[in-house]
Every structure is written in structure tokens, then in C-alpha cells.
Design a protein around this ligand. Structure first.
Ligand code: NAD
Length: 524
């Protein structure tokens, strides 16, 4: 069997006056003017607990987009039961039928559902139209189309046989249910974490971040519109630890597909370890976590390219990408030109609501993030050892707005060089040109993370040196490009060290984690 050959979904430009821009603007306004009542989806039911909490816009936090029904421990149990009830029929469905459901979801999203998902991501997560398009449209579509192809590759994996002996592999789903625990920052990640295990025949309980529920409910509706049977994916809005208490002590817990912060993943891993005796088997633990992503410029690099790598890599989606550049190492010979180019570029960045398509910078996700990020900036501003090259101001009176902020430090181990801030802040250290190799050692050892990183250089020896010295410093390593923007099927994504289990989202390596293979030998 071959599925339709996947091609990456082309990114729409939303040029002024284009029909797609008009449609997106109209959908944005339509959704903004409504107040949705957002249920959980458990089995065949839309569940309304009555405990309604508001969904607000980060860029205008008094504006209520709707109310979601928060669940409790009983809803977690119900979601597990609904998943287990659906399991046998789903696992026994021919894989081609499962693939067809998700391929249909991809086509619906490429067509009539595109504007809705993009508008929801703009409204609920404060992404500009371009950032929403590459996330909730293109990347989500790519995950579904490419995963269907990876399914064919996995199911085609068969061993050798010989006359009189027929060996075969049966790529079974895991025994039990999978928990998808998803972050706020990418709609496509939120959708892929439940979809990928489901494609491989698993049943799923899905808990999104509260700040991503607005778009998550539309994804759930999309999967249902594409024909996903009841109970295969169950979407619940329950406080993380409340959900965790029940799920991680359930005998049928078979795996977790997680993306989020390192601290949460660490605690989940420990809980699972402590509860091993409760389970039937060893649960699959797949998690993508934090980053402290770097840009290193060699003295031979082109200053303007380095500056653009910094401004785009650090500030797209307000720096709230796990792959966002947040520390940069610039040689002294390039610094004056890089600095000027950064300042010039940032002057063109407008900040405000995504409703105005001209705004590059929107709001950070919520008050908690705003307070955390502004605290880092505030203490840097008060530190005589730190120079603020650009930005540094913030205001939460209407929305959670923080200016793109560039800090220059004298100490390469300064706190903002080491810790994940997850906001529009990049810290720069200027090194002596002769110290490139020593600099690489500092890059390698400064932070516990190893997600993404870039080297800018025109010198092949320097590129090769950086590639080998930084062998384990990044799961996704870029040469002469910014460290964000991985494309499904082209740059499989994931990091090691404290950045996760490196099971490479958007590749066969991830999908294969959702199978447990039986080997059968039959003798004649
Ligand atoms: P988060 O860790 O706060 O939350 C992730 C999910 O876990 C949410 O659904 C949340 O409700 C839940 N949760 C939180 N505490 C929990 C607990 N004690 N028990 C059970 N569940 C709990 O992360 P976030 O703020 O939504 O996302 C930002 C983080 O995600 C950043 O650290 C970023 O680097 C990371 N991220 C990584 C990747 C990657 O591919 N490596 C991609 C995107 C985001």
C-alpha cells in the first residue's frame, strides 16, 4: 500500500487584498464577537461540568472568547473508561482506514477548516497570521500527511523468512491507553500528540494546557468531522496534577506523549517510576521539553545574516518557541555591525494585536508568563554589568505585551544565558575572535538543555569544528540559518539532555514509539 505522496503544505501569504486574508479577517471577527460554550469530549458525549472558566485573549485580557467546562477527577476516570471501551474496535480497524480518517482531517484543514484553526490560534494564543498559518495550518497538515506515510513504512517492516518458516512482525498498539499532555505554544503540537498514537491504533486521553483550549476544541471537532470514532481521543480540561494522580496510578496506563517544560516532565517521570508496580508493563515515555537555544557566529560570518538570525530566531511568536534563540555569541570584529543591524531591524517590528496583520509582535500567553519574563528583564536592567541594547519595556494594562529585548552581558554564565525564559529576550556575549574554540566549549557547557542551535560561518573548518564540538549540544543544528522553523518530513524535531527524549516529532522515529511489536514464527 502507498498513501498519497505527502508534500509540505504551501504557506499562504495572506497578502493585503487577497481572498485568504479577507476570509481569515472575517473568521477572526466572527469568532471574536461570539462567546463559545466549550465542552469536554468524552466518548460520544460533549460533557458540560457546569464549572465554567473564561477563555480570554492574551492581547486583550478583558475580552472573553468563551467559557470552558472544567472537569474533575471523575471526568478523568470517565475519559479513561471511554478510551478503553473504544480500544478493541479501533486497534482492529485496518490501518488503512485509520490513516484515511487522519488524511481526511488534513484535507479538511487544508480547505474549509483552515481559517477557523488559524483565527482560533491568533485569538487564543496571540499569534500573528503568519505564525498561526505555519503552525495550526501547515505543520498540523504536514504531521497528518507525513505520519500516514510513516505508518506505511512501519507496517512494511518485515523480517526474512525461509522455506518452511514464515517469520512476521505484528506492529501492535500499546496495551492500555496513552496520555497526551500538551503545551500552549503550538496548536500543531497539541494536535499531533494525541493524533500520532491514535494513528498507530492507540486510544488516547488528551489534556491540553488551559491557555490552548480555545484552538484545541476546534482540533477535536476537526478529527470528529473527519470520522474519528467516539472514544479514540478524549479531550478533557482538568488541572494537571489532578489528571496525573489518576492517570499515573491506573493499571492500563501504557504511555505518555508529552510536550512542555522540563520541570513538569521530570516530576512525571519520577511518578511513573515510583508507580511501576501498578502497571501491566513499562509505559512509553516520550517527551519534548525546554530549551536554551543558541546562535554562535564565527568571525567569518556575514553580520547582517547573523543579526537577522537573531531577530527572527529570538522574537517570532514573542520568543515562546521551544526552539527560539535565547543566547548568542558574537565575535568582537562583527559586533558593531551586528548590533546596528539588530537595532535597525527591531525598529521595523510593530507590536500589538494580531488583528492588525502588520504587527509582528503580539502578547505573551498569560499573566504568569508576563510576570516571569518581566522579572528577568527587570533584574537585568538593575544590574550594572548588563547593558540593554534594545527593548526592556513591558505593560500588562490591556494585554501581556513585552518589547523584544536584547541584553549584552560580560559574563557568559550570567543567569539569562543559562535559564529558559520563554519570552522575547535574547542575551548576547561578545568574545575575542581568537577564542572561537574556547567559545564552543562554553556554548556546550553553559546550559543543561540541548534542543536547537545555529552556527553562522563562511569558514568550512569552523563549521566542521562547531559541528563536532557541539555534537550533543543540540538535537536540531542549523548551519547559516536561524534555529527555529523545523519542517515536518525535512528536519525531524527534538532535543536531548534536559530537552527531552529526542524521539523526533514529524518522523518515523516518533511514530514507531506508539507500537509494541510481536514477532511471529510459523513453521510448516
Ligand atoms: P508546561 O510544562 O507548563 O505544561 C505542559 C502541560 O503539562 C500542560 O497541559 C499543563 O497543564 C500540564 N501540567 C503542568 N503541570 C503539571 C503537573 N504537575 N502534572 C501534570 N500535568 C501538568 O508547559 P507550557 O508552558 O504549556 O509550554 C512551554 C514549555 O514547553 C517550554 O518549556 C517549552 O520549551 C516547551 N516546549 C518544548 C517543545 C519541544 O519540542 N521540545 C515544543 C514546544 C514547547
Amino acid at each position: 500500500f502507498k498513501v498519497p505522496h505527502p508534500v509540505n503544505e504551501p504557506v499562504k501569504s495572506y497578502a493585503p487584498g487577497s481572498p485568504e486574508r479577507k476570509e481569515l479577517q472575517q473568521t477572526y471577527q466572527d469568532l471574536k464577537s461570539q462567546q463559545l460554550d466549550v465542552p469536554m469530549y468524552i466518548g460520544s458525549e460533549e460533557v458540560r461540568s457546569g464549572n465554567k472558566l473564561p477563555l480570554t485573549m492574551p492581547h486583550d485580557h478583558q475580552h472573553v472568547l468563551g467559557y470552558f467546562h472544567e472537569g474533575d477527577a471523575n471526568h478523568v476516570t470517565q475519559a479513561i473508561e471511554a478510551a478503553l471501551a473504544a480500544r478493541e474496535q479501533w486497534a482492529n480497524m485496518p490501518w488503512q482506514s485509520r490513516a484515511a480518517i487522519f488524511l481526511k482531517a488534513a484535507e479538511l484543514l487544508a480547505g474549509p477548516w483552515r481559517a477557523r484553526l488559524n483565527a482560533a490560534t491568533m485569538l487564543g494564543q496571540s499569534k500573528n497570521a503568519y505564525q498561526a498559518e505555519i503552525d495550526s495550518a501547515c505543520e498540523m497538515i504536514d504531521f497528518l500527511r507525513f505520519n500516514a506515510k510513516f505508518m506505511t513504512e512501519i507496517y512494511a517492516q518485515q523480517p526474512e523468512s525461509s522455506p518452511g518458516i514464515w517469520n512476521r512482525l505484528e506492529h501492535r498498539p500499546l496495551e492500555g491507553f496513552v496520555f497526551a499532555l500538551t503545551p500552549f505554544n503550538f496548536t500543531a503540537i497539541a494536535g499531533n500528540l494525541p493524533a500520532a498514537p491514535a494513528m498507530m491504533g492507540n486510544v488516547v486521553v488528551w489534556k491540553p494546557a488551559y491557555t490552548q483550549i480555545y484552538a484545541a476544541q476546534f482540533l477535536m471537532q476537526l478529527f470528529r468531522a473527519a470520522g474519528l470514532p467516539d472514544g479514540v481521543i478524549n479531550l478533557i480540561y482538568v488541572d494537571g496534577p489532578v489528571a496525573g494522580d489518576i492517570i499515573f496510578s491506573h493499571r492500563q496506563f501504557a504511555g505518555i506523549h508529552f510536550t512542555g517544560s522540563t520541570v513538569v516532565f521530570n516530576s512525571i517521570w519520577k511518578t511513573i517510576g515510583n508507580n511501576l508496580h501498578l502497571y501491566r508493563g513499562y509505559p512509553r515515555i516520550v517527551g519534548e521539553t525546554g530549551g536554551k537555544d543558541f546562535i554562535v557566529a564565527h568571525p567569518s560570518a556575514i553580520a547582517k545574516e547573523v543579526a537577522t538570525g537573531i531577530t527572527r530566531g529570538a522574537f517570532e511568536y514573542q520568543g515562546q518557541k521551544c526552539s527560539a534563540a535565547s543566547r548568542a555569541y558574537i565575535p568582537a570584529n562583527l559586533w558593531p555591525e551586528v548590533k546596528q543591524a539588530i537595532v535597525d531591524d527591531l525598529e521595523t517590528f510593530k507590536m500589538g494585536s494580531p488583528e492588525d496583520f502588520g504587527n509582528f509582535i503580539n502578547a505573551v500567553i498569560d499573566e504568569k508568563s508576563f510576570n516571569k519574563i518581566s522579572k528577568y528583564i527587570g533584574s537585568a536592567k538593575n544590574d550594572p554589568e548588563v547593558e540593554v541594547i534594545a527593548g526592556g519595556n513591558y505593560d500588562k494594562s490591556v494585554g501581556y505585551f513585552i518589547e523584544p529585548t536584547v541584553l549584552l552581558v560580560k559574563d557568559p554564565a550570567y543567569v539569562t544565558m543559562c535559564e529558559e525564559i520563554f519570552g522575547p529576550v535574547i542575551t548576547i556575549y561578545v568574545y575575542e575572535e581568537s577564542q572561537f574554540e574556547e567559545m564552543l566549549e562554553i556554548v556546550n557547557t553553559t546550559s543543561p538543555y540541548a534542543l536547537t542551535g545555529s552556527i553562522f560561518s563562511r569558514d568550512r573548518y569552523a563549521i566542521d569544528l562547531a559541528t563536532s564540538k557541539l555534537l550533543h549540544a543540540a538535537g536540531n543544528f542549523y548551519i547559516n540559518d536561524k534555529p527555529t522553523g523545523a519542517v515536518v518530513g525535512q528536519q525531524p524535531f527534538g532535543g536531548a539532555r534536559s530537552s527531552g527524549t529526542n524521539d523526533k516529532a514529524g518522523s518515523v522515529f516518533n511514530l514507531i514509539r506508539w507500537t509494541s511489536t510481536r514477532t511471529i514464527k510459523e513453521t510448516f
